[in-house]
Design a protein around this ligand. Structure first.
Ligand code: AMP
Length: 489
């Protein structure tokens, strides 16, 4: 099969948009999926993140919908014909932007609706009529209930990041949404990872689907250089600084497991002179979009984030991903490191592994089907030790305190790694922290964590997905409960 777009007989309007975006040949998922979707078949597609999944489903859907294209101003002439559902707001926004760019030279209209934003402008857009609707489940249900989204003419449904979409947090909403759609439709499921349970469940929504698996499913992109360093909790920030410096990295994602840890780590790194922004589920939508935007524009060096940023976000040229915390779910490891090495570029993924993370690492080994070698990280003797320094430019001794606070919600201090043990700063740090409260301590680290008020105003469904259970991301689902739900589905 030739992988050139010119062999696809795409409509001129779509071919022009694709050429303008600089796409020459199709990616493997596109080469396999596009002809099948053009035939109107259901698809279950597994592909790594960053492999061009969005164009793989949207180009053939747009091509099929062109027969309905019209320039009428009547909303009745622009019913929703394609529904694209995604688990996170950022991802919905990104996919909607991609679809807009592919449909740029057509009269097909598209819109995106997600929570955390004012309903009114979304309602106006929906009432004016759109052919392609991109949505997160919670907000879509709000629009269905408000009768601003009418889905009885939907011909195509796409579930992107389908494993998460079928997960416990979304399944009831998803079932309700699907109940509003015509039975006769084409359904496409795309995901970077597919567990066998999810495959079984997904097959109940699909009619005679064609399964597409490009590369090895559940695998990380081969262009990503992966390292797992054995680093004790209290040395992780030092290790982060060192790797950034040694590798000359300009930008990186830094993943942590809790919203509290995310906010505090970002604060500490900012104190240490790194331009940092935080992205987690308790930030308002506006704050989340601003954080992403400033990272995309290169205004900040580090995006410290929870797994809300792990899936599908396409930010070009991010050279590295750090797992400051090893993720609780092995599949999130694949998603996290998929933020680098996108579209064939090379990337670096560094995970800091504390002794208590052994089980999590072995879960990743099982998922990747490859042995993970833990490496020791030798701290440079002659490099400044961030834990002993005062705040950049003002000489105040804030690092040690920030360090103590930043790790306060982490598990109890771990025994230190072989090379890290030789690192001389710990006794001084301990002495400092035993001196009792210091008047220059940043009050941020003493405050209990509070979500932004604008997030609390979000929809119930989305709050459910992003809420914290004792500091642990709500995206971490107890396996037993998920399995129970499958039985009743
Ligand atoms: P996605 O996996 O859909 O998030 O796409 C990842 C990135 O690859 C996006 O920046 C796309 O614009 C880009 N992309 C998708 N298809 C192609 C292609 N055929 N050639 C070059 N870049 C592509």
């Amino acid at each position: 099969m030739s992988s050139s777009f010119s062999n696809l007989s795409l409509a001129p309007a779509l071919a022009r948009a694709v050429a303008e975006l600089g796409y020459e040949s199709m990616t493997p998922i596109q080469a396999q999926a596009i002809p099948i979707v053009l035939q109107g078949r259901d698809v279950m597609g597994a592909a790594q993140t960053g492999t061009g999944k969005t164009a793989a489903f949207s180009l053939p859907l747009l091509q099929r919908m062109l027969k309905h294209e019209n320039a009428s101003t009547s909303p009745a002439r622009h019913p929703v014909r394609a529904l694209v559902l995604l688990p996170t707001r950022e991802l919905a926004d990104q996919v909607a932007q991609a679809i807009k760019s592919y449909a740029k030279y057509t009269n097909l209209r598209s819109a995106v609706v997600f929570g955390g934003m004012d309903m009114k402008p979304q309602t106006l857009q929906l009432k004016a009529g759109v052919e392609v609707l991109v949505a997160t489940p919670g907000r879509l249900l709000d629009h269905i209930e408000a009768k601003s989204a009418v889905l009885n003419q939907v011909e195509y449904v796409v579930l992107d990041e389908a494993d998460r979409m079928l997960d416990i947090g979304f399944l009831p909403d998803l079932q309700r949404i699907l109940s509003y759609l015509p039975k006769q439709r084409t359904t496409l499921l795309f995901s970077a990872t597919f567990s066998s349970e999810i495959k079984r469940l997904a097959s109940s929504y699909l009619q005679d689907p064609v399964t597409i698996e490009v590369d090895q499913s559940n695998a990380a992109a081969s262009t990503v250089e992966q390292h797992f360093y054995s680093v004790a909790g209290e040395d992780k920030r030092h290790a982060l600084h060192q790797v950034l410096r040694q590798r000359g990295l300009k930008q990186a994602f830094v993943f942590v497991n809790s919203k509290l840890g995310c906010a505090r780590l970002a604060r500490s790194l900012e104190h240490e002179g790194l331009k940092t922004t935080a992205l987690h589920g308790d930030k308002s939508q506006d704050e989340r979009l601003k954080a992403l935007d400033s990272f995309k524009k290169g205004e900040v060096d580090l995006l410290v984030c929870t797994d809300v940023a792990a899936r599908g976000l396409d930010i070009k040229d991010v050279p590295a991903v750090f797992n400051f915390d090893v993720p609780f779910n092995a599949e999130d490891y694949v998603h996290r490191i998929g933020r680098t090495g996108r579209a064939g570029a090379s990337g670096l993924a560094v995970s800091f592994v504390a002794p208590s993370d052994a089980r999590l690492v072995s879960d990743i080994e099982k998922l990747l089907k490859q042995k993970i070698e833990l490496e020791a990280l030798e701290f440079e003797e002659n490099q400044p030790d961030i834990r002993r320094q005062g705040r950049i430019n003002d000489g105040r001794r804030m690092y040690a305190q920030a360090q103590d606070a930043a790790t306060a919600d982490a598990p109890a201090a771990q025994p230190r790694g072989r090379f890290a043990a030789a690192h001389s700063a710990a006794p001084e740090r301990r002495r400092e922290s035993s001196r009792g409260p210091n008047p220059s301590r940043d009050p941020f680290f003493d405050k209990p964590y509070e979500p932004s008020t604008s997030t609390v105003a979000g929809t119930a469904t989305e709050t459910r997905v992003t809420s914290t259970r004792g500091g642990i991301s709500a995206n971490i689902k107890p396996k037993r409960r998920v399995a129970a739900l499958f039985k009743s589905a």
